[in-house]
Design a protein around this ligand. Structure first.
Ligand SMILES: *Cc1c(COP(=O)(O)O)cnc(C)c1O
Length: 347
């Protein structure tokens, strides 16, 4: 891959957005207190409370795997289980970290279409067995936006919350692309988080334009008790925390978090529209956020690769995933579409 070239493989191919970079620089003046005792970290936590319009406890860790796994560990005892969709990142892409960090909590698959969990499948996983030999269900994990590029509506989340309540389960949300979901639904962040029953949200920054650093946002503050110790023990407590926190201040206060997601979603919509005009390519799932999953003939796949395009074909339910980023523009989309179209004319 040439330096500086844009791709559609994942939104983590992108760089740091200007607002985040500016605040990284702003925080780089003189000395400051370590381990999150600095003013930037306080300001970032307050910025989260502002955008969620509620009191909540906020922690920062280095990446999404750690944020999900530590959040789930704060809910589960080692003998508990977590119900998640079979395509959930915590199940397929975290190398067993949720089980590792919780000392053994097991992930159970719940069914549903387009990457979502449905209440019936949660009930089925919980009631299937109630004996001592079955790992006791304690958490539901939903991904917003989902791994297949769809988005749970507030109504769908509230249905899940009802089921969670009826079985005394806590709700964890993997929000690696939470911003994309908010942009897609054009809602307020609170509507698809604490007002829809989410107890702890892992809010992703990396794919939204940060260099790294994810926020773990506890709406159920009781779960946050001793969370700082979990972070420290697992090597997730940054000593120069201000360099994770300040970029968050930059994107939250400027509104860049939403602007970035809106751009990314819009570019994916444009890509989807372009691809729909090409007869031999099929869109696999409703495109609701910033990814487009497609099925295309083998020779086109190979052709795209030879032209230098990168993409994943092992994520989700097969097919190829194209994903736009905060900095994807129309020219990038047109280039990809034009290459796909050209290949579709070759047999
Ligand atoms: C990218 C991603 C994460 C976080 O992954 P890390 O590489 O550990 O930062 C978590 N959940 C989903 C759905 C993701 O796409």
């Amino acid at each position: 891959m040439k330096r500086g070239e844009k791709q559609f493989a994942s939104d983590n191919y992108s760089g740091i957005c200007p607002e985040a970079l500016e605040y990284l620089n702003r925080a780089n003046h003189g000395h400051d207190l370590p381990y999150g005792d600095d003013a930037w970290t306080r300001e970032a936590c307050d910025a989260f409370r502002d955008i969620f319009e509620t009191d909540c406890d906020v922690f920062f860790v280095f990446n999404g795997t750690a944020s999900n796994s530590l959040a789930l560990a704060s809910i589960c005892q080692p003998y508990n289980s977590i119900i998640a969709n079979e395509f959930a990142h915590i199940e397929t892409d975290e190398c067993g970290a949720p089980e590792f960090y919780s000392n053994g909590a097991k992930i159970l698959h719940g069914k549903g279409s387009n990457g979502k969990l449905i209440p019936d499948s949660i009930a089925e996983a919980v009631t299937k067995r109630t004996d001592i030999h079955y790992p006791k269900p304690k958490a539901i994990s939903v991904t917003e936006a989902t791994e297949l590029g769809t988005v749970y509506t507030q109504r769908e989340l509230i249905e899940i919350q009802k089921t969670a309540k009826s079985f005394s389960l806590k709700v964890h949300m993997d929000g690696a692309r939470f911003a994309n979901a908010v942009a897609s639904l054009d809602c307020r962040p609170r509507e698809i988080s604490w007002q829809a029953g989410v107890d702890v949200l892992c809010f992703g920054g990396t794919k939204n334009g940060l260099a790294g650093g994810e926020a773990v946002v506890f709406f159920d503050k009781a779960l946050a008790k001793d969370f700082a110790y979990r972070c420290k023990q697992t090597g997730q407590l940054a000593s120069k925390m201000r360099f994770i926190a300040a970029p968050w201040v930059g994107i939250l206060k400027s509104g860049a978090w939403l602007k970035n997601a809106e751009n990314s979603n819009r570019m994916a919509a444009l890509l989807e529209a372009g691809i729909r005009e090409i007869p031999s390519v099929e869109i696999m799932f409703p495109r609701e956020a910033n990814s487009v999953f497609v099925k295309m003939p083998e020779h086109m796949r190979d052709g795209l690769q030879s032209l230098g395009w990168r993409f994943y074909s092992f994520i989700g339910a097969g097919g190829i995933r194209f994903m736009s980023s905060w900095d994807t523009d129309e020219t990038d989309v047109k280039m990809l579409c034009s290459d796909i179209r050209k290949l579709s004319n070759v047999n």
